[in-house]
Structure formats: C-alpha cells, structure tokens
Design a protein around this ligand. Structure first.
Ligand SMILES: [Zn+2]
Length: 480
C-alpha cells in the first residue's frame, strides 16, 4: 500500500514590540531572570491586563500579508492548564474569534507547480515563562522559574492540513518567515525561538478521503529540523501501520542529535483546556478604517517586489528571487540602481562578491561596509575602463577592509588599467619573442594556445592590461 502524508503547521511568531502584550515590561532577550516582570505578567491576583495596541497593529499586518480577512470583533480567551512557568494557571489566547481568518500563501517547490496553502487562522496570545535547571543564574541546584518571557506577544499562524511533503512544509515555512521579517514584525531568530513551529503529521492510504490519526511534533526551531522531523515521523507512522499497529494521537518531541521524534504526552483536545472568554479583557473591535489604513501602509511584499524587479530591471526570475530574499537585500539593490548603473551588473556583484563577503564574515547586508554608493563607484570605474573586472575584485576586497573610496584605492595601489596600445604592444612583443616555439605552434594551427598568450600578457602587466586591447593586439600580431 502506498501512503500520502498530510501535514499542517502551527507557527509561533514572536512579535518585535518593545513591551509585552498586556503590560509595560520590556521584551528584551537575555536579561537577568525575573528582572522584566510586574504584577500583571507575574500573574498576581487582582492585576489587570491592558492590551498593547502595537500587537494588534502587527497582527493586522500579518493577516493582510497572508491574504486573511480581519475579524471586526475578536475575543481573548483563557486557555486553562497547569505548568510551573504559567503562574496564572491559564494563558491568554484567542479561541472562537481569532483576529485573522481564511488566508492563504502560494508556495513553490522545485520542479512543481505553485500550490495554494490555506491559513485557517492567526491569533494573538501571550507566551509563558521558562524553567531554568541546574547551576545557572545564581541558582545552585534544582530548578527556577524565569518569567521575563511571560506575556511576550506571539502570533500563532495555523495552516490548513494542505501540505503533502516535508519540502512543501519547508517552503511554506520559509515564505512565512520571509513575510514576517519583511514586515519587520518579528526578528525571525529561530535559535532564540522567535519563530518556531509545531508540525501536525498523519498519513493515509493514497486515494483515501479519511485523514489518519495525527501526531504533533512540538517546537521545532530550524528549517532543517522541520524537514528531518516530518520525514522521520512519516516513516515511523507508515511502519507502524504496515506492522499492523495503530498511530496514537500524541504530542512528540524532536531530538536533533538522533533525528528522531519521541513521545512526550498524549495529545490534549481543545475541550481539555476549558476555553472561555477572558472577563478581564473587552472584545477587540477593529473598524474598516483601521484595516484600510494598515493596508495602505503595508510595504510592497516580497512576491510583488520580485515581479517588479523582473519587469522593471529585466532580471531573471532566479536573480529577482535571490535579491528579494530579504527586504534589506532588495533595498540595497534599489539604492544601487537609483544611482543609474547597469542593473544586471549590480545584480551580479550582489550575488557574487557581496554575498560571498557577507557569508565569509558573518555580516548581514544591513551592516555591509561596502555601501550602495561605494559599489556603484566601483562599477563606474569598470564601465569607464579605468580598471578591469578582475582588478575590481582586488579593489572590492580593499574597500571591504578599509571603507575607502574605490578611486582612492586604485590611485594608492596603482591599479589603473593600461589601455595604451603602445605599452601593451611592448609587453606582447617581449612575450612573443620569448615564446617563439609556442608562436610557431599557434601559427601551425594550435588555436588553443591563444589563451596561453593572453594569460602571459595579463601576468606581465600584473592584471592591469585592458583585456579587450590585449585580445585585439595579440590576434593581429599572431596572425600577421
Ligand atoms: Zn509585566
């Protein structure tokens, strides 16, 4: 029997607000435990939550960018459960009327047609605190509770079970990650847990209409792990069924070292949480004007920008996609082309030298020492024939290190390209005399040697001879 995997993702997106969702405490990461707390986020009796307007604004942005409709009157609910990192005994979340509903994203998996993945809902909620174990933060032994993270604003983005493979799941996740970081509502840092995902995985026989029993894999925090966890889980469930056993509905944990998932607890149903509307928070009413204003202020999104780069600057789909991988990258590109240079040359340099240098140094494009203006100055030197493309790479390295103007570097290091045919001719004559044997071979039909002569001339000129002039002169001298 062949099986069809069915996957749905629940993604937790930590919002980049300065303060928490229901109090004024800071959301900064990595502070002294419990230093960013107050009666509200500590869950002290009688303390009342006040909704952070920025959270609502970000939620509307996320909803509009993922084609959701915005719920005019949404409600906060209490999700009741006990855990030491949750002092109130409930998490404030949304249940029946989430802020965003019925959205979608079109994903692209290599070699397949684009596919639409439904987004069931996006709701706002608060994060819990965390437990700290062992000899850390002044704790000599045992465990402690750090409530700095309690009440940090989250969006939970729930997809329809429309995904059919680990590749589709990763593609969906990457697109969602790109959108929330593009909007600037989430820092996207997966290691710190700012963007993490639970995967619901089940399998059913191909052709069946009935969904299999699903397992939920909790808190997977890298694209690679999501792929591994889903693939392992699909194999595990198929083997179970083929062995005549049944899949149990449960919550499982992914272990990155072994690449496997293991049972954590039996999966609770929504009714286990006894959701009910939070009496401390009034229903949230969002009028059309608010939605319209947010829609008007929404930045041009990655997909639209990619299409525009292709039509406006005649870039290939591949180039346009790479250059819109992040908003900063796209803005760097536009800052360059606004200075009137060849868009294709900008694109080539960004995808070549700049990407390489950023990767090597672990720098992001926001901190790129070669600013758009400097890159454009460099390209102008190449286009004007002052330096060759090869020398430009040397100049680029020096710019990266020193931040100096490319023209200054060319001056200081004597890198000006030699286009003077007299000077180049002298070098060529010397080489042709020296390599008389090779010249004879070339003239007797060994055309491949041409590259050898070009190489010798470039070497003798320390890379500064204008390649076009070298080619032309060499050819006329060798043929003559
Ligand atoms: Zn607080």
């Amino acid at each position: 029997m062949r099986f069809q995997p069915v996957i749905g993702l629940e993604v937790h997106v930590q919002l980049k607000t300065a303060s928490k969702i229901f109090c004024g405490c800071s959301t900064a990461f990595g502070s002294e435990p419990n230093s960013q707390t107050c009666p509200v986020c500590l869950g002290l009796p009688g303390a009342l939550p006040v909704l952070n307007k920025q959270v609502v604004e970000f939620a509307i942005q996320a909803g509009l960018a993922t084609n959701c409709s915005i719920t005019p009157r949404s409600v906060f609910a209490r999700k009741n459960y006990f855990y030491p990192d949750l002092p109130k005994g409930y998490q404030i979340s949304q249940f029946e009327d989430p802020i965003c509903q019925h959205g979608w994203l079109d994903i692209q998996v290599e070699g397949q047609e684009s596919k639409r993945i439904g987004i069931t809902r996006i709701h706002m909620e608060e994060d819990a605190g965390k437990l700290v174990h062992g000899d850390v933060s002044g704790l000599e032994e045992g465990s402690g509770v750090d409530l700095n993270r309690a009440c940090t604003p989250l969006l939970e983005v729930v997809s329809e079970p429309d995904l059919r493979s680990s590749d589709e799941a990763v593609s969906y996740l990457k697109q969602l990650h790109q959108i929330v970081t593009w909007l600037g509502i989430c820092d996207g840092n997966m290691e710190e847990g700012s963007f993490r995902c639970d995967a619901n995985v089940s399998v059913m026989p191909v052709g069946s209409e009935t969904l299999g029993t699903r397992a939920e894999i909790k808190n997977v925090n890298s694209f690679k792990f999501v792929k591994q966890a889903i693939e392992y889980e699909i194999r595990r469930q198929i083997e179970l069924i083929e062995d005549g056993a049944t899949v149990v509905q449960e919550t499982r944990l992914f272990d990155p070292t072994s690449g496997t998932t293991r049972s954590m607890r039996s999966k609770e149903e929504a009714h286990d949480y006894r959701y009910f509307p939070d009496p401390d928070l009034v229903p949230l009413v969002i009028d059309d004007a608010w939605v319209q204003r947010t829609r008007d202020e929404l930045p041009e999104l990655p997909e639209q920008r990619m299409q525009r780069f292709m039509t406006e600057w005649d870039l290939s789909a591949y180039d346009a996609e790479v250059l819109t991988a992040s908003r900063s990258l796209a803005e760097y590109f536009e800052a360059c082309v606004a200075l009137h240079v060849n868009a294709k040359a900008v694109s080539n340099w960004m995808m070549g030298e700049i990407t390489r240098a950023l990767n090597d140094s672990g720098t992001s494009i926001d901190c790129c020492p070669v600013t758009p203006r400097l890159l454009v100055e460099l390209l102008k030197l190449i286009e004007g024939g002052t330096i060759s493309g090869k020398i430009a790479k040397t100049v680029f390295e020096a710019m990266w290190q020193s931040g100096k103007e490319p023209a200054t570097i060319v001056q200081e290091q004597g890198l000006v390209q030699v286009s003077d045919s007299g000077a180049i001719e002298a070098i060529i004559d010397e080489i042709l005399t020296r390599e008389a044997g090779q010249v004879a071979e070339f003239r007797s039909g060994k055309d491949k040697l041409f590259g050898f002569f070009v190489g010798q001339v470039m070497k003798a000129s320390k890379g500064k001879a204008n390649p076009a002039v070298v080619n032309e002169l060499l050819l006329s001298k060798l043929k003559g």
